[in-house]
Design a protein. Structure first.
Length: 85
């Protein structure tokens, strides 16, 4: 069974051209398995604080009672990042 773009449009006229193209490409590459719903969960978090920084900044804040600017200098991050932790 082949999936043409016109067939997808007839079955789902409400979808965008980009989504239609994506569905057809997935069908051609993966067959029926490519039509299974996929998670929309992000695979990366580019703005996430680097591992270890949040723990260090919290520890420094508790032990030394410093402000976010000094903590940021000690940890090596921005003051706005130190403030969030």
């Amino acid at each position: 069974m082949s999936f043409a773009r016109t067939e997808v449009f007839v079955l789902h006229p409400e979808i965008s051209g980009a989504t239609e193209h994506k569905w057809v490409r997935r069908y051609r590459e993966e067959g029926e398995a490519g039509q299974v719903d996929r998670s929309s969960l992000r695979r990366t978090s580019p703005r996430r604080t680097m591992r270890g920084w949040s723990g260090r900044s919290r520890r420094i804040r508790r032990q030394r009672r410093l402000g976010r600017t000094r903590i940021a200098v000690m940890v090596g991050s921005l003051a706005s990042t130190a403030r969030r932790n």
